[in-house]
Write a protein that binds this ligand. Sequence first.
Ligand code: ADP
Ligand code: MG
Length: 370
Amino acid sequence: MATRNTTAGEGSARKSGGGRTAAKAPSAAARAGGAPAAGPEAAAAPRAAAGCSCGGAPAGPARAASAPGRSNGTRPGGAARKKIKQIAIYGKGGIGKSTTTSNLSAALADMGYKVMQFGCDPKADSTNTLRDGTYIPTILELLREKGRVEAREAIFEGYNGIYCVEAGGPSPGVGCAGRGIITAVQLLKQQNVYEELDLDYVIYDVLGDVVCGGFAVPIREGIAQHVFTVSSSDFMAIYAANNLFRGIQKYSNAGGALLGGLIANSVSSGYQRAIVDDFVQQTGTKVMQYVPRSITVTQSELSGKTAIEAAPESEQAEVYRELARRVEAHEESTVPKPLDAQDLRAWAAKWSDQILAVERGEVRSAGAQI
Ligand code: ADP
Ligand code: MG
């Protein structure tokens, strides 16, 4: 079985006594005011900015930027430079990707890592809970306005120094929804942003139910190493996850990102857990974390924040911190075994028959750990 691993960020990065203080917190004014984060100087406008490539052409070669940055390949503590860990989080629209991703980013930043959260949903709402509920201009909007974008104009500082980027989408009713991702990834790569900012993690938050080459960009060669999918036990969420597994399988021989696991969101009751457990067993993957549906998330979102920021002592925040520790420890991703359409239907029908019995505790599903 093909595997892909990374040594990035393995506990060596900026941990200074396990502190929330390791990464510099941005000023409230900078966050609320929408000021771009300090970033590298621009090298050039991206070559691909002018056109959509629904084939999802890989990003062009990175070239040196002129900005000053840490270039001696060492961490502040003297540890050797580790490779950046790039993660893509996919899932059906509304399933909780941005909520999960933002809490994960916030938890990793609190652990002392330098994190960029890269919103790849045309809705462009990935990063707002890292920025007191404010929205940032997207790369596509900036390009439409100016014709040329410098990376530092598109990177905004969020909670605990997290770098926030939104790719954006086309004007409603016009063009390819995945174009923003292609353009944004190319822009940051060409301007050598990841290296200049000396990032430990880039986390792409990607809508997983649109079939377009643009949305596959983070999976393709040279972008992310690990993919995690957010899914509940609802059939349409699992259907989207299974489609994603097909995409991962398709690109796996060409050096694409492999699957790290499934983040089970809004999974609380016994039968929900049993369904998700059975699905991961059938498709050869694992559950990274069970995230319950929680009023803490709702309250935090209403105040424009993650649970990590608004309710750091809550049980829900601890669930996200544990997820972050598991992502930190995760090294080996694998090629999933998606179900074909017929098998997925048969699998769902089996659950239709036994769901009430599982809920009543009369039977245990194979693979269920309830
Ligand atoms: P996506 O990014 O997948 O479209 P969001 O992260 O925006 O989805 O979540 C959709 C809605 O569901 C938001 O209002 C969010 O607060 C809510 N939500 C997501 N996960 C949870 C959870 N674990 N508990 C409570 N509400 C949640
Ligand atoms: Mg979202």
